[in-house]
Write a new protein. Structure first.
Length: 740
């Protein structure tokens, strides 16, 4: 080993010296290789190795950041534009759904008024009061009108300043369109406007209803007196023979749509507008009045004629892209460049409802609304990147010198350690990684022992924590098991209570054999609860003097409370019959007092409608307020007995004596009477149509020659076909009695 190169700052090393110290031949070879490495190295090159990659990384990172920032900005513009278009479209569609849902519902309510004959169709004073009240309930509606096939017209609407006015045309004013102001009680005051020779049957809304033959929407049309565009939900009214009686109309002022669109925040200069199927403009966020005035009337315009340039350009682009608006049947996201070369984002969304209203909602947003801020940010990013590059190079130079100086000290100490000088004390007082490395050289063995001891202690501590946590989890698991058991018991108890209440209801219902034993009458009944426990009531009771008392009622709501109240009513009615009480005023008032006091004690707001029918020797005495009673004669003639003035809801007040009245009806052999609850007439089909009293009456009349049981079954089957697979929301009760 003699003749080996020596370390720069040490004496020559020979094999005997290392062997004397106990070093092996492998150790001597390793030291020789280390000496060659030191002699061939270039001192100070570590600074280059640190600075050059650092600077290259900064330059690449800055360049890549700038490029990705620009590309990300473009993608962000597309994403933001898409999201904004979708959000604006969704908000507009939601507002349209809400805004356009009310008029058809108002027409349905007024159709029910006509069907039930609550208001005579030719009583314009009564209709004025009715429509005046309705318009106060629905502030978003422009007008509610009723036009007859005889050319008479009555409606209550809002004029330009928002006040309510009466619009009439009839034979008394020679069929002139007259508009009157209304006072605070809905009574006409002074004449405001008058137009001669007005025929409502020639107006667009009337013609739309006649052509459709059902509830629909009219086209957008100008108001007859005020300069504005309107649209009406219309529904024709036919009599039992299919003859047109008139048209119900509920009008919306489209200026409210433009005000809503104007309130939307669509970027800086974006616009949204609505176009009808004919291609004419309905509303826009740029024009409060999206129409032109001609002879003090509103005239529809195309979007290409709008005063807003963005709306004109977007409409022109869509016209070139699609030959007709009706071709657009699904959402389209498009873009085009305007005359200045700027890109415009466009979204077209079809809107339609259940009444054949078909509009297009169009959102147009210029790219400049987004790119201006992005380009400004990119310029700032470029300047900051250059400053960051210069600062990084300067910091790299200073940092490299600060890092390499202690590394060189560690190198010298490592060389001494390699020579066998293990008594090293590296004097580097730093608190960073290099300081930690220097301490490792001085006390490696001691640190390893401390680490092992600490790991062992940590393991024991973790084991103890795991044991404690396991005990906590076991305790929590036991509590959960206890709670689950208690919950199951509570559910079983609740289910048992509901079952008991349901069984009690079924037990007190009249049995089929009881009904068959009643002389002179053929009786059938049906009841189906909407919940486990129903709130409907019906009973058939017989008295020793041949009197048959039939009761039917409907408790508000359903469930346990309603079922209990029904049982109370049954008990009270039977008790009064056994007590030979036949006076309807005493019977209903006594029963009301019992129920009222029980309702107060139960601390509930339940009440019920109740009708009592006393039958004896072909004579019926009817009392109590409930749904109508339908009587069909042997020859098929139909009579509807209104009970609104025969009583008062049970359980609302303590004394109803002054409200109770009685009506007498004679039944002859072959005549039938039908009692029912509103669960039948208000049952909804999948398209949310009520079953309705006219349909019920038609089924009864079609089957009037059948037995009471067959009439009952025919009604139930037809009702189930109407409901289809819909959930039943209310109890259904039906009684059919027929004179033998």
């Amino acid at each position: 080993m003699e003749g080996k190169p020596a370390y720069p700052d040490s004496q020559p090393v020979n094999a005997e010296r290392y062997l004397a110290k106990g070093y092996s031949m492998k150790t001597q070879i390793a030291h020789s290789k280390l000496q060659q490495l030191i002699n061939n190295s270039a001192y100070g090159s570590i600074q280059t190795l640190i600075i050059v990659p650092f600077v290259i990384q900064v330059v690449v990172a800055v360049s890549l950041t700038g490029y990705l920032s620009f590309r990300s900005g473009q993608r962000s513009v597309n994403d933001v534009a898409t999201q904004l278009r979708e959000e604006i479209t969704a908000r507009v569609n939601q507002n349209l759904q809400t805004y356009l849902a009310t008029p058809p519902q108002i027409n349905q309510l007024n159709r029910e008024v006509i069907d039930r004959a609550w208001l005579p169709m030719d009583d314009q004073e009564a209709w004025t009061q009715h429509l005046w009240h309705q318009l106060q309930v629905f502030p978003g509606v422009g007008a509610i009108n009723w036009a007859t096939e005889q050319g008479e017209f009555v409606g209550v609407g809002r004029n330009e300043n928002g006040s309510l006015v009466l619009n009439v045309a009839n034979q008394r004013n020679l069929f002139a369109y007259e508009q009157y102001g209304l006072d605070n009680e809905g009574r006409p005051m002074e004449l405001l406007k008058r137009t001669s020779n007005y025929d409502p049957r020639t107006r667009p809304q009337y013609e739309a209803a006649v052509v459709a033959g059902r509830a629909t929407w009219s086209d957008v049309f100008p108001h007859i007196t005020d300069p504005m565009l309107v649209i009406s939900a219309v529904e024709p009214v036919y009599d039992g023979r299919g003859q047109l009686q008139g048209v119900l109309q509920t009008r919306l002022n489209l200026s409210l749509l433009s005000e809503f669109l104007e309130s939307l925040n669509i970027g800086k200069t974006g616009q949204v507008f609505i176009v009808e199927s004919s291609g004419m403009l309905v509303a826009s966020s740029a024009d409060k009045m999206p129409f032109r005035r001609a002879n003090n009337q509103a005239e529809k315009i195309k979007p290409e004629e709008s005063e807003n340039a963005l709306i004109r350009e977007a409409s022109t682009f869509l016209t070139e892209e699609f030959s007709s608006p009706t071709q657009i049947t699904e959402i389209q996201q498009l873009s085009f460049k305007d005359e200045t070369g700027q890109r415009i984002f466009v979204q077209v969304s079809p809107f339609h409802d259940a009444y054949d209203l078909r509009w297009l909602v169009i959102v147009a947003i210029p790219e400049s609304d987004f790119m201006a801020e992005i380009l400004r940010n990119q310029r700032h990013t470029f300047i900051l990147c250059i400053l960051a590059l210069l600062g990084s190079v300067l910091v790299g130079l200073v940092t490299s010198r600060w890092i390499t100086r202690p590394i060189l000290q560690l190198k010298d100490a490592a060389i001494d350690l390699a020579q066998g000088n293990f008594d090293q004390d590296i004097d580097i007082h730093r608190k960073d990684e290099l300081g930690i490395l220097a301490g490792a050289f001085n006390s490696m063995a001691s640190q390893l022992q401390d680490v092992f001891a600490e790991l062992q202690s940590t393991n024991e501590d973790l084991e103890n924590r795991v044991k404690d946590r396991t005990k906590d989890l076991e305790a929590a698991s036991q509590q959960i098991l206890v709670l689950n058991t208690q919950l199951k018991e509570d559910n079983l108890r609740m289910s048992a209570e509901l079952d008991i209440a349901r069984i009690l209801q079924e037990m007190i219902l009249p049995k089929e054999q009881e009904l068959q034993q009643i002389p002179g009458l053929d009786i059938a009944g049906f009841m189906q609860a909407a919940n486990e426990v129903g709130g409907d009531y019906y009973d058939v009771l017989t008295h020793q003097d041949g009197l048959v008392r039939i009761g039917i009622g409907d408790v508000t709501g359903h469930g346990l409370e309603s079922g209990v109240l029904m049982i109370m009513v049954q008990t009270a009615v039977r008790t009064l019959l056994i007590a030979n009480e036949h006076d309807p005023v005493k019977v209903l008032n006594t029963l009301n007092q019992v129920i009222y006091e029980n309702v107060q004690r139960m601390d509930t707001d339940k009440n019920l409608s109740l009708m009592l029918l006393d039958y004896q020797d072909g004579h019926i005495s009817l009392s109590g307020q409930h749904e109508e009673m339908i009587v069909v004669r042997k020859n098929g003639d139909l009579e509807r007995i209104d009970t609104i003035d025969l009583g008062f809801p049970i359980g609302l007040i303590n004394d109803i004596t002054e409200f109770v009245a009685q009506q007498h009806i004679d039944l002859f052999p072959g005549d039938a009477a039908v009692l029912y609850t509103d669960g039948i007439t208000e049952a909804e089909s999948p398209n949310r149509k009520f079953y309705g009293l006219p349909r019920l009456a038609n089924v009864i009349q079609s089957n009037h020659q059948a037995s009471a049981y067959d009439i009952c079954q025919a009604i139930v089957i037809d009702l189930q076909n109407h409901i289809d697979n819909q959930i039943v929301h209310d109890d259904i009760t039906l009684i059919v009695l027929k004179q033998k």
